[in-house]
Every structure is written in structure tokens, then in C-alpha cells.
Ligand binder design. Sequence first.
Ligand SMILES: *Cc1c(COP(=O)(O)O)cnc(C)c1O
Length: 408
Amino acid sequence: MKPLGPIPPGFVSRDGELVIGGGKVSDLVAEAGGTPLFVYARDRIATRLSHLRAAMPARVGINYAIKANPFEPLLSYMRGQVDGFDIASGGELQLVERIGIDPAKVSFAGPGKRDDELEAALVAGVTLNCESEGEAARTLAIAERIGRTPRMAVRVNPDFELKGSGMKMGGGAKPFGVDAERVPALVRSIIEGRAEWRGFHIFTGSQALSADAIIDAQANVLDLAARLSDEVGIPLPKLNMGGGFGIPYFPGDSPLDIAAVGEALHGRLADLPASLARTDLCLELGRYLVGEAGVYLTRVIDRKESNGVTYLVTDGGLHHQLAASGNFGTVVRRNYPVAIASRFAAEPAEEVNVVGCLCTPLDRLADAAELPYADVGDLVAVFCAGAYGASASPASFLGQGPAREMLV
Ligand SMILES: *Cc1c(COP(=O)(O)O)cnc(C)c1O
């Protein structure tokens, strides 16, 4: 037996079935027209945001990093829920424009922005988080050619990292941002280039569950921002402090203590250096806001035995939920939280392997999992599917096509 990850708290059953956002899974699947299906629950996002806002100082804005989940109805919903949006491509820029998000609330990070993306961003009026001196020079040249005043921030590659972070994105040599010691000179050239100076973006990592690690990283981010803006010699207009707030995916993971993070941040903000006294502060979060609000539902197509092992073969798989299969940046495969959604109230009865329908041994959804008896037609739920699911999986692989998605 291999343990399953923890099911996010608050999921209940009705008539024996899993309920998501007030609807039974069989009804949701019927409404969507079938499986595989991602269901994202508004009520869970709202609750998450209200707890987060209660814990964080009011001065700190909450941004949504849309790469976590760019499903349009969800993005439209987020427009009324968060203070800003972080995008990382020209495609995501088109998305925020289509949805009518105020460009003043949008910042565009990401290495390798092409000239056409920079131009579209300048025309739209979003803030560009410059990832290099070369990109800053290209931005200023394009702005001059098209007669726009660019809004420019600098993404700093910090000289520290978020400890215990699932994905390290700061510290040492990185493709992201500009090394801290070169930042003051770059900022001066941006200001001399007549850009509107928008401040720093300092992202230190992702998927941290340790409050202490986040508290340390935030303290370091504030210190670094103060030191760099003192060197630049003008007060900092804005500081995107990054995020890195993680969610429990695997057995043994416990939720981040958001109250502890908030309390420490309250303390820090109470005695900020002069250069940050009036700085606009924000966090940028992806999975923490939406990850636990999503459930991936897939149907059992076949039940079979091989050498004493029972397989539940589903109509879904890694082409929709790459991360749950263990092939999205993990070294050792561990089980995500998985349940038999159509028998959510039933007790575990047997050990099974839940696999996808792709013809590759990589396509696993749960290994040696203790689950209630399930047969052809039953629905399997993979939890923590609200972030880095549909849009971060190879939907064209093996020609199975994309999953349905719905916001409830
Ligand atoms: C991916 C990313 C995020 C969101 O990360 P989560 O782990 O989903 O919170 C935020 N900011 C930047 C710069 C990113 O690249």
C-alpha cells in the first residue's frame, strides 16, 4: 500500500457522492457533457482569499499569477477577487485584455519576451518586469519607435532563495531577473530612458509549506528592496514580493501556517526603512489561490488484473494532469490525493493502481492506493487539480484531446 496525499478539507458527500461547489459529481459530469472534466469551485477560492486577507496586512495586495490556471471563466471571476494579475507571455496578455482586466493592474514577467510581445505590452500599458539589460534596451527602443511611455519594473535575481521550495527560482545563476548587484545601474538607465519607473519584482521560489522559510524570504526581500532603492536614490514606487505559498499535495504534507506568515509580515511592515515607507506592496500567488479549488474527474473505463495487481483504467491521464502522474518536476513519484468520487462515502476496501488511458507506463494517477471497490462507470477524483492541470499538461499527446473544464 502507498499512502495518498491529503484531500483538502471541506469536501463532503451527498447520496454517497463527492460534492463540489454544491453539486454532486454525477450531476456536474452530466451538465458538462461527460468526462474527463476539471471542476473549479468558486466558493473554495473565495474562502481561501478571505482567510488570506484576514491574515495579511491590508497594505499588501494579492495578485494572481494566471499561469496557474488561465481558464477564462475562472479568470473573469478572479477579476473581482484580487488586486492584480501577473502574466508571462503575449498569449496571457491577450487573455487579460479579452477579459477586460485593467492594464494598470497587470505586470508581465518572464524571460525571452519577443519584440512583438513587448510592443503589445507597451500598447496595452501593462508593467513590464524586465528580466535583463538587453530586454530593457529593446523595450526602450520599441517604446521610442511607437511613441509610448513604457511602465517598467526590474525583476531582481536575489542573492538568496526560498528554503524548502519545490521550485527554486532565485539565488545563484538563473535565467530569471537581473543579478542584484547590477540592478541599480539598470534602474538608473531605465529612468534616464524616460520610462515610468514601477519598482522591483523579487520572486524567490514556489510551493513552500514552511511558514519560517516564507517569513525569512519575505524579510530578505524587503531588506534587499530597501538596499537597492537606497542605491538608486529614490523611494521605491512598487514592490512585488513574490509568493511561493504552497499547498499540501503529498502524504505527510501539512498546510502552510498563513497566520504565522501574516503576523511576521505585520511586524516587518511596522518598521520599514524610509525608502519603502510609501511603497505599494503585493504578493503574487498562483496555486495557493486556486489549486485546492479544482478537482479532476475521470471515469473508469476498464477494471483488470495483471499478476495479482488490480488496475482501474480511466478515460483521463497525464495528458490532462501531468503533475499527478509524477512527470512535472518531481524526482520520486508520490500519490496525489485521489478518491472514488462516485462512492465518496464508502470505506477503503482494496488496493488498486489507477492509470490513465495513454499507451505509456508514465500514465499513472495513483499507485497501490487503498480505495473503495470501484468498477467500470465509477468516477475517480484527483484533488489539488485547480493549478497546473489542464494548461500545464500535454493535451495533444496521443490524440486523446483536451479535458472539459467548468467553474461552479
Ligand atoms: C509561477 C510563478 C508564480 C506562481 O507560482 P505558484 O507556485 O503557483 O504560486 C508567481 N510568480 C512568478 C514569477 C512565477 O513564475
